[in-house]
Design a protein. Structure first.
Length: 519
């Protein structure tokens, strides 16, 4: 294993997110770290061993990233004058200068250490070159973002870990590929800058004739003036999935679903729908996924055995992502999510291979590009509403569209959509409702809560009263439609998603950590 350690010496990381200019980039993308190392190599005229270490690193693949948590500081715009615009003929006083706004997004860190880890070990003959490069790096991002960097023997931090994910991810980070160093060398423009500097030094010579010849050579070779580096843009991105902090992960119990949700966001300018449309949307999304799969739909996706009977195993769940738990939240749906069961019938394939084969045609076109997903509802020939979705791939999506908002881990959870009981309680016996709910947690493959509070209104602002959601009508008229809101506490932290009750595979009985109550 190869591990690089980074210590933010001021306790702050100052770097602008490439997708939005008002947010900080943290944890640092490997692409940014590599550019800092390459800049140190160019500026110090690094040797062949350092160059070879960088070339090995650029081709080593995406590292896992382990970083502590932090809090973005309020972004303050400052106005600075642009560079002097001197009159080329007179070379006298600068003309009046305009001012441009600049901001320096900053993350104040709870833990100032970051680690990048690769499973492969760097060749022994390149180890010292990599160590020298790390020692030369003084900043990552803005000039005020001072760091110490080194080749680490292990990880001395219990922060959040981000793992590369091939198809299904929580966010994307820039990485390198073969040829990145060569591209950065062209952008740095080192040879031209060195040659211009050499000629500038000759201009200091006392001989007038030599100075005149040198000036002529500079004007001919560099008619646009001093050559400058160009701002490099790395175009290779990698999906990452966030894992729980080690201390939480070790103690956590798990739901039957993977925490790496497949999240779909509503494309802008589509009709706004509320939580009352949950069953219509989740059923349409499920049908679309099954249709894209073809004739041989596996049991873990359809929820039915080959003979048509309901599956006895955990299967894929589809649920809404409403805007709740924040000031002014109104419960409108910002997207939908698909939860994959932890255990799949893979028949000799790896889990990633199974997901790519079954879910891939639903998410991607044949050329590998993302698909837009269209859902709609009709009444006769009339289209009542239409929704278009796309898979959420932004680095910093809204809190509602982040997987960990719905997966925790957490010991206390509250319902966002009502929990549907499996059968009706005895009239006037509140204890019977609790008994039925405890059995529902058992059948959902979840630990039994040690405390439970049953309420008619969700604890999350915007989710509303239990009667604001239509009754869950799946399964026939005779099945129970009694539904409640609740808040539960488990004996230890649970990693979600947490879905419970009769409607849990269609978006009812969706719980969310109460710690994430405010966006």
């Amino acid at each position: 294993m190869t591990t690089l350690g980074i210590h933010y010496l001021t306790g702050c990381a100052v770097a602008t997110d490439r997708t939005t200019s008002d947010r900080p980039e943290f944890p640092p993308h490997f692409g940014r770290v590599f550019m800092a190392m390459a800049a140190a190599y160019f500026e110090t005229h690094g040797n062949e061993e350092e160059r070879a270490a960088l070339e090995w690193l650029e081709a080593a693949g995406a590292p896992s990233v382990q970083a502590g948590t932090g809090h973005p500081r309020s972004t303050v715009k400052t106005y600075v004058p642009v560079n002097d615009n001197l009159d080329a003929e007179a070379r006298t006083m600068p003309v009046p200068r305009s001012r441009q706004s600049r901001s320096f997004p900053t993350m104040r860190l709870d833990d100032p250490f970051v680690y990048l880890k690769w499973n492969s070990a760097i060749p022994a003959n390149l180890q010292s070159g990599l160590e020298r490069l790390c020692n030369k790096v003084t900043r990552i991002g803005h000039s005020s973002s001072l760091v110490q960097m080194w080749v680490a023997e292990g990880v001395a931090s219990a922060g959040v870990e981000w793992q590369p994910s091939e198809d299904f991810s929580d966010r994307r980070m820039r990485i390198t590929e073969r040829g990145t160093l060569a591209y950065l060398a062209r952008a740095f423009n080192a040879k031209a800058r060195e040659e211009y500097g050499r000629l500038e030094e000759i201009l200091e010579a006392p001989t007038g004739k030599l100075r005149k010849q040198t000036r002529k050579e500079i004007d001919e070779r560099f008619p646009e003036g001093q050559p400058m580096p160009t701002r490099p843009v790395l175009t290779r991105w990698q999906g990452y999935t966030q894992l729980p902090a080690r201390s939480e992960k070790d103690a956590a119990q798990f739901s039957p679903f993977e925490p790496g949700l497949i999240i779909f966001t509503r494309i802008a300018e589509q009709r706004v729908l509320g939580m009352e449309a949950t069953l219509q949307l989740t059923s349409a999304l499920r049908d679309a996924a099954m249709k894209a799969t073809g004739q041989n739909v596996p049991e873990w996706l359809s929820g039915h055995q080959p003979d048509g009977k309901p599956s006895l195993k955990p299967h894929a769940a589809f649920f809404p992502l409403p805007f709740v738990g924040a000031k002014y939240a109104d419960g409108h749906l910002m997207g939908l999510a698909m939860a994959i069961p932890r255990e799949l019938d893979s028949y000799g394939e790896t889990k990633q291979e199974t997901l790519r084969r079954v879910i891939g045609p639903f998410l991607f076109r044949e050329d590998g590009q993302e698909k837009a997903i269209r859902l709609w509802r009709t009444k006769g020939a009339e289209v009542l509403w239409e929704w278009k979705l796309e898979r959420e791939t932004r680095d910093y999506p809204p809190m509602t569209l982040r997987a960990h908002t719905w997966t925790g881990p957490s010991a206390e959870w509250g319902s966002v959509t009502p929990v549907v009981l499996h059968h009706y309680p005895k009239r006037g016996r509140d204890s019977d409702v609790e008994r039925i709910l405890l059995q529902a947690f058992d059948s959902a493959g979840l630990p039994r809560p040690i405390a439970m509070r049953i309420t008619p209104v969700s604890v999350f602002e915007g989710a509303g009263h239990v009667k604001s959601m239509p009754e869950f009508s799946e399964g026939g008229e005779r099945l129970c439609r009694y539904q409640v809101h609740l808040v539960v506490r488990f004996p230890s932290v649970v990693e979600g998603p947490v879905l419970v009750g009769r409607g849990r595979f269609r978006g009812y009985g969706l719980l969310r950590p109460t710690e994430a109550k405010h966006d």
